[in-house]
Design a protein around this ligand. Structure first.
Ligand code: ATP
Ligand code: MG
Length: 413
């Protein structure tokens, strides 16, 4: 009996010890499992475990490995998405159902003028643009053109995110597109306007001649002269437009070489001589023979013809035009100066714009197209130079250009 009681006691105490040990192991396993949940890269220790606990440990570790792999894959996808989004020139903003920012790429940050990531911040508190509010509230995909505060004119497209609340916004900077549209519209309007006048004169003169004036010894020469002058004007306008379109399209081939400024200037002067004599305007040239620039000789000639022609054209009779050039560091500065009426401050910077004329009454007399200086600017800049205009003292204008000086080791053309 006593023996039996001792045996039962032993069994019970062995069972209690075993249960205690098991509870301790399960507790350790639970703690290790808890660590794994918090940090899936960790594992539960199973080296000393046996039986069911080992199997359980192995399952927990297998689940942890799965979670770890998914987490790494998710992280990889996120970085990939962010890198791709940052490469886009369009802005991308993803927001959740509460309009909090989930993703904001570099382009969007630039457009909004922000430095920080802004992830988690409410978008509409940063961008207080009513049209943008309407877009993100809109139940369907929608788009609108908005002016971002201190940012560009932007076309925003808002699309719903698949399977959840929230929106993806695509931001496209349309400042340049809109500016080009305006330039194109103005250009077409200007060209049509410029064509209309000479065409109207040609038509009217031709009709009058056909109607009988051709036999009128007084009227006929005057009408024919009008025909000729306006046909010339049309030809000049078309030539200028062609030059501009070639320059714009990069099809105006410039062959840059070493060019002696003096000899090109003399060639340019010969094209203007008759006009200068007719208007009794004296053209003085003061250019050292040794001055050599890097330029396309045909383009430099065209530039000088335009500038000297303007000097002669806009200077009243008995006026003067001076063409001078000198070295200025690595460059050569060429100046065309006149003692004509000069150009008012408000017009000075704009005279290089297409069709811009500082004084519309004077151009009618002179008959220019208003394209000469824009071609000059284009040509000078295409050759790596700069061009500008300053008032001359005591009166008149100074048109100047700077071109790279040819290195002394290379001979002049
Ligand atoms: N030397 C100058 N003195 C005064 N005004 C000038 C002078 N040069 C240019 N301008 C002004 O600048 C405007 C633009 O000149 P630009 O050479 O581009 O055109 P244009 O002479 O009118 O025509 P184009 O040269 O195409 O025949 C002129 O219409 C004129 O008002
Ligand atoms: Mg001109």
């Amino acid at each position: 009996m006593t023996f039996a009681l001792i045996a039962i006691g032993l069994v019970i105490s062995t069972a209690l010890v075993t249960i205690g040990v098991m509870r301790h192991r399960i507790h350790r396993l639970a703690e290790a499992a808890h660590d794994v949940v918090r940090e899936p890269s960790r594992r539960v220790p199973i080296a000393s475990a046996a039986g069911e606990l080992r199997v359980l440990g192995e399952w927990i570790n297998a689940l942890a490995e799965d979670a770890d792999r998914s987490r790494n894959a998710l992280h990889h996808e996120r970085t990939l998405l962010a890198s791709v989004a940052d490469l886009l020139t369009h802005g991308v903003i993803a927001i959740d159902g509460e309009h909090r920012i989930e993703l904001l790429n570099d382009a969007a940050r630039r457009m909004l003028g922000v430095q920080s990531s802004l992830v988690g911040e409410p978008l509409l508190e940063f961008v207080r643009v009513p049209e943008l509010h309407a877009l993100v509230e809109h139940p369907e995909d929608a788009s609108a053109e908005v002016q971002l505060p201190n940012g560009p004119r932007t076309l925003v497209r808002a699309a719903r995110t698949w399977g959840r609340a929230g929106r993806v916004l695509l931001l496209e900077d349309v400042t340049n597109v809109r500016r080009l549209e305006t330039v194109r519209r103005d250009f077409i309007a200007n060209v049509s306007h410029e064509l209309r006048t000479p065409v109207a004169v040609i038509r009217a003169n031709a009709e009058t001649l056909i109607a009988g004036a051709k036999d009128d010894p007084q009227m006929a020469p005057r009408l024919m002269d009008g025909l000729h002058r306006n046909a010339e004007r049309l030809a000049r306008l078309i030539a200028d437009l062609l030059d501009l379109s070639r320059l714009d399209a990069g099809q105006y081939r410039l062959d840059v070489s070493n060019v002696a400024v003096k000899s090109v200037t003399e060639q340019s002067l010969s094209a203007i001589e008759t006009n200068a004599q007719k208007r009794n305007v004296t053209v003085n040239v003061s250019i050292p023979e040794t001055l050599v620039v890097r330029a396309d000789p045909k383009a430099l000639d065209q530039i000088l013809v335009n500038l000297i022609d303007n000097g002669v054209k806009y200077t009243p009779a008995d006026g003067h035009v001076w063409v001078a050039a000198r070295e200025l560091g690595d460059a050569v500065r060429i100046e065309v100066r006149d003692d004509g009426p000069g150009i008012a401050d408000k017009h000075r910077e704009r005279v290089f714009e297409r069709f811009y004329r500082a004084d519309s009454s004077r151009w009618r007399e002179a008959g220019g197209t208003g394209l000469g200086l824009s071609i000059v600017k284009h040509l000078v800049e295409s050759m790596g130079g700069q061009v500008g205009v300053e008032p001359n003292s005591p009166r008149g204008s100074i048109f100047w250009l700077r071109l790279p000086k040819a290195s002394t080791s290379t001979a002049a053309a």
